[in-house]
Design a protein around this ligand. Structure first.
Ligand code: PLP
Length: 380
């Protein structure tokens, strides 16, 4: 099997699986809120997982909230900030290339009266900084929502420039950053970035589905999304899962330990595939300076889904960025927003890599693509 769909999800690593088994041990099932020794044991282990996670992210322990997924983190951050900080303004700046987890929250905010301004992005997927500065300069901007690494193209946000503009023009505006596709791939030091809230997802870094993280900088106030018993300092009620927190921590530790080597391997895979695919008339849709973990490519003469299923015959797994509904063909809104024409976008396939991929796999991928072209394509 060749799995090039790591931006969709990743396989849990052996160390993560071991950590899950350890957390299922006889004396590890206690409720961290219980006063007896089983509870205390679970609570101590849970706190240790929180503080190690915080340390790896360059944050303080009380700034880290475990959630069920990045979608929950995004919902909590965006809605929670806007409902808590009503006097900071009603304007929100974002782009139309955000993940749906953010876009749907923004659409709901608009319905309740917020003024959401979507700044344009260039063909490299980066937002127009002059537009951001102009809107910030008008005052009334409570929040900006961006993504550090785009999940469809790998485009990297110039976050330092955005933070610098905000500090100069509108220091009171908060920043929410979706860090899902950046986590474990590039160094993230939350206190250094100057952002206020960030979301992360476990299943993108070889942990489990069902765990995410929300970072809220000390001093940034948001309303909680899930109310109840007041766990996690009231920021996310519900009994904490030691197993999920531990699996996230273990996956993050491994990702940080292997980051440099993994980046090198994935870069060589990406470079090789870019060259070989170009030779075959494919169009590379990821920008040149994209994170190498994501490679978006339009295959000449093949619609996305046809290529996906043709590769599947060879046990090779990739993503389409287009989804077919019964009535209309939908193509990636991200690619369209970056100025890719509809016809090219309809042929787009996303390849996404992890530290488990090899150059041998990339070579096999190319030879399978050649087979697919010679077997299935009747050239006119
Ligand atoms: N943000 C980005 C950039 C993503 O790629 C994803 C998942 O595809 C999410 C948010 C949502 O993550 P989760 O599946 O943990 O809710």
């Amino acid at each position: 099997m060749i799995y090039f769909d790591n931006s969709a999800t990743t396989r849990p690593s052996p160390l993560v699986i071991q950590s899950v088994k350890d957390c299922l041990g006889d004396d590890m099932f206690g409720n961290p809120g219980s006063l007896h020794k089983l509870g205390v044991k679970a609570d101590n282990a849970y706190r240790a997982a929180v503080s190690r996670t915080a340390e790896l992210l360059g944050a303080a322990g009380n700034e880290i909230i475990f959630t069920s997924c990045a979608t929950e983190s995004a919902n909590t951050a965006v809605n929670g900030y806007m409902s808590r900080n009503r006097r900071s303004g009603r304007t929100v700046i974002s782009t139309r290339t955000e993940h749906k987890a953010t876009l749907e929250c923004l659409a709901k905010l608009e319905q309740s009266g917020a003024n959401v301004v979507y700044v344009s992005v260039g063909s490299d997927g980066k937002p127009d900084l002059a537009e951001i500065e102009k809107i910030l300069g008008m005052g009334d901007c409570a929040l900006m929502c961006f993504t550090l690494v785009n999940n469809e193209t790998g485009s990297i946000l110039p976050i330092d420039d955005i933070v610098a503009i905000k500090r100069r023009v509108s220091p009171g505006t908060a920043i929410y950053l979706d860090c899902v596709q950046a986590l474990g791939k590039i160094n993230i030091n939350l206190h250094m970035t100057g952002v206020d809230m960030c979301s992360f997802s476990g299943h993108k870094i070889h942990s489990l589905k069902g765990v995410g993280v929300l970072y809220v900088r000390n001093g940034c106030r948001i309303d909680p999304y899930i109310l109840g018993g007041g766990q996690q300092s009231g920021m996310r009620s519900g009994t904490q899962s030691l197993l999920l927190a531990e699996s996230f921590k273990v996956a993050l530790e491994e990702a940080c330990d292997t980051m440099e080597q993994s980046y090198k391997t994935v870069s060589s895979i990406n470079l090789y595939l870019r060259e070989e695919l170009r030779k075959r008339g494919c169009r590379i849709l990821s920008p040149d300076d994209a994170l190498p973990y994501v490679l978006n490519v339009a295959f000449d003469s093949f619609e996305s889904e046809t290529m996906l299923h043709s590769l599947e015959i060879y046990d090779i797994y990739v993503s389409t960025v287009s989804a077919c509904s019964s009535k209309a063909k939908k193509v990636s809104y991200v690619l369209l927003e970056c100025g890719v024409d509809r016809k090219t976008a309809a042929n787009a396939v996303r390849l996404s890599f992890s530290r488990y991929n090899t150059l041998d796999e990339a070579e096999e991928f190319i030879s399978r693509v050649d087979e697919i072209y010679s077997r299935f394509l009747v050239r006119h």
